[in-house]
Design a protein around this ligand. Sequence first.
Ligand code: DP6
Length: 329
Amino acid sequence: MNKVKVQAPSNIAFIKYWGNKKDNIPLNESVSMTLDNCLTKTTACFSDKDFDEIYIKNNSGEKTLLEKNDIKGKKAYEQIEIIRKISGKKNKLTIESENNFPTGAGIASSASGFCALSGACAKIFEINDLIGNKKEFSKLVRKSGSASAARSVFGGFVSLKDGGDGNYFAEQIADEASWKLTDTVAILKNSVKKTPSSEGHRLAKTSPFLNTRLSEVKKRLSDVKQAIIKKDFEKLGHAIEKDTISMHAVMMTSTPPLFYLEPETLKLIKLIIDARNKGTEAYYSIDAGANVHVICEEKNEEKVNKFLSELKFVKSQIINHVGSGIKFL
Ligand code: DP6
């Protein structure tokens, strides 16, 4: 085999991971829903050159070489090296990666990207026991440039938690068929965020609110897990919103402060609350970007769709249902 293709999904965190113990070791457990319509496709093939190359393809098919001099680029090349070492092989790789959604805008493009990259490397280097053991594979993905990428290994509803030894792994809470939820991403800005999450994780410790968040998040984690098992949408929705605000409070009170929210983001938050009070049962979630994930039950998807379509400042919508995990194509 000298060419492989892998597809990995993005995910939206209901309980967010924000802040690191150290390199990519989260300070708290997180829980997410895997998305079926925000995907990265990655191919890997053996190269004749004596160095690795990673190309990012844009929507018009143009390829750009990923440079090693930014944080994500460095991590991506390091991940190839780590996986090559495990395999005991020597081949250099040419990787091509393509997203079907905006990159770096709070839709966890590095989650799908690093999951797909790790999968493509493990597959081409034929580390089959790792590919066959999703829990172990998720530990490897967690060490990449995006710890939340480990959650994209699984479909459905997924937790990223400490195995007791400080080694975080992903675990499925409920599968993709268990509950029909929709995440409509309201695109407000297409621009790439100025401060990458990796930098934000580092700054989290400078916030006086971090410890408050870490102590209150435990109760919320259990509420979210229970809500997923019992399909209690109201309970889930309130916990999702509380967690979003709690994470952004830490972001905004870090030194220097991080403002991922834009005026349009706050405008939409208020409109979602108003719409909910008038009977549209939907809740917001916002990652490290300005765009808003609007979570509802699938039966209310059209209502949410119509509500968002009527807002001029919403540029476009990406509708996601609960998706499956990484696929080796
Ligand atoms: C706010 O470092 O795992 O999305 O943000 O995709 O670069 P990227 O990855 P990572 O941080 C995730 C931060 C978050 C919350 C979450 O998904 O848990």
